[in-house]
Design a protein around this ligand. Structure first.
Ligand SMILES: NC(=O)C1=CN([C@@H]2O[C@H](COP(=O)(O)OP(=O)(O)OC[C@H]3O[C@@H](n4cnc5c(N)ncnc54)[C@H](OP(=O)(O)O)[C@@H]3O)[C@@H](O)[C@H]2O)C=CC1
Ligand SMILES: O=C1OC[C@@H](O)[C@H](O)[C@H]1O
Length: 357
């Protein structure tokens, strides 16, 4: 284990995602590629931090701060994890970067592609590692799915894919300051969950990532309620004729079979309780077994607790290798995702204050 890198994390916020992230970091794992230390937690109050530790990582004793700035200034922090609502990501990232810290920032990375470019320009100038926490891309399931589709060509030439991430949010019961309702916080299904449907489209229709990937044309529609998109449908149109239909909704929960990828020799269904956390997939030949075809094959994956440790391990390995960006989620890929979402919103009508900046 001499070569196992150690990362000392500074956690910014005590919200839902931060609780999921620290619980996963603290999980004992035989196959861990890195050691993760929860060095400190920054919150709007120290009391919130105390309650957070007690509830989620009771056996640990991180330093507790009542401001985020103290996390950025802590000399014992290697990487800052940012779990604020979307609208604050740009400022939080810039503050951490300016303090010389590496950063893992939750999705959606920013509100607009322009904001993302500003953050990466600052990271480049400071020479620090920065990555969007698009955790799903780091799952062994996702890596295997991409290999089977693009290298092994198990379903032949891919022609179409569909992916939907819907959640029944009961928006009427939420207050105006909820991150699911407030445009000032970046509310809307596209940035919150549509980004996962889009991710499945991008990784299954094209083997490239970032600069080596094709920018698809977009045709999109959105349903707005008080300016917030509560449903989004986007078609990804590739030069080859490949098409992806990626959707999101705050009105209905997606069934467990949330994604289908179709090819000339068969199709794949990806399944699980949430698109962000796929559990297994099944490769189906075009001709079913009942009609003389080969049997379908199911691929299952070990995913204890939730699966945030895959991205955390990847960050630790990249930082130890003195890399500034991830090869799985490089800066150009985050910018491409943000540009696509900008275009979906331009066509669909969802607008944020940041669009005018
Ligand atoms: N990868 C994944 O599976 C998931 C990712 N996310 C992402 O994580 C981010 C946060 O989402 P989530 O954890 O659900 O949000 P929460 O509302 O649960 O938590 C957000 C936290 O941000 C801090 N905060 C700072 N300013 C504000 C403000 N004005 N309003 C509200 N909160 C504020 C608060 O922490 P404090 O008081 O401690 O400072 C708050 O607890 C989003 O980018 C979201 O997309 C969310 C869920 C799952
Ligand atoms: O990233 C996410 O994935 C899981 C969802 O429950 C959550 O709303 C979203 O932010």
């Amino acid at each position: 284990m001499a070569d196992t890198p150690t990362v000392r994390w500074g956690i910014v916020t005590t919200g839902l995602i931060s609780s999921w992230f620290v619980e996963d970091l603290a999980l004992p794992r035989g196959d861990a590629k890195a050691k993760h230390v929860i060095q400190c937690i920054g919150s709007s109050s120290v009391e919130k931090g105390q309650a957070f530790v007690k509830e989620h990582i009771a056996s640990l004793s991180p330093t507790l701060y009542g401001t985020y700035d103290e996390v950025y200034a802590d000399p014992n922090v290697d990487v800052v994890y940012i779990g604020t609502p979307h609208a604050f990501h740009k400022k939080n990232c810039l503050d951490a970067i300016n303090a010389g810290k590496h950063v893992l920032c939750e999705k959606a990375f920013t509100i607009t592609a322009k904001e993302a470019r500003e953050v990466f320009a600052a990271a480049k100038a400071k020479g620090v590692f920065v990555m969007e926490a698009m955790w799903t891309r780091f799952f062994p399931l996702m890596r295997t799915l991409q290999k089977l589709i693009h290298e092994d060509k198990v379903i032949g030439d891919v022609s179409r894919m569909f992916c939907d991430f819907g959640q029944a949010k009961e928006l009427a019961s939420l207050g105006p300051d909820s991150r699911f309702k407030s445009l000032a916080l970046g509310a809307g299904t596209l940035l919150d969950v549509g980004i996962y449907s889009l991710t499945f489209g991008l990784v299954t229709l094209d083997p490239g990532v970032g600069e080596s990937a094709e920018m698809p044309k977009i045709a999109a529609q959105q349903t707005l309620s008080d300016g917030v998109d509560i449903a989004t449908t986007a078609v990804l149109l590739y030069k080859s004729g490949r098409q992806g239909i990626v959707t999101s909704s705050a009105l209905f929960k997606t069934p467990d079979v949330f994604c289908r990828i179709e090819g000339s020799k068969g199709y794949i269904t990806v399944e699980g309780d949430a698109v962000s956390r796929p559990e297994y997939f099944i490769v189906h030949p075009t001709v079913p077994e009942s009609k003389g075809g080969a049997p379908s094959k199911r691929y299952d994956f070990e995913n204890p607790k939730r699966g945030f440790y895959w991205e955390a391990d990847a960050v630790a390995l990249d930082v130890a290798a003195v890399k500034k960006e991830s090869s799985i989620m490089p800066w150009a890929e985050t910018i491409r995702v943000m540009e696509i979402m900008d275009e979906i919103r331009r066509q669909g009508g969802a607008k944020y204050p940041q669009d005018d900046e």
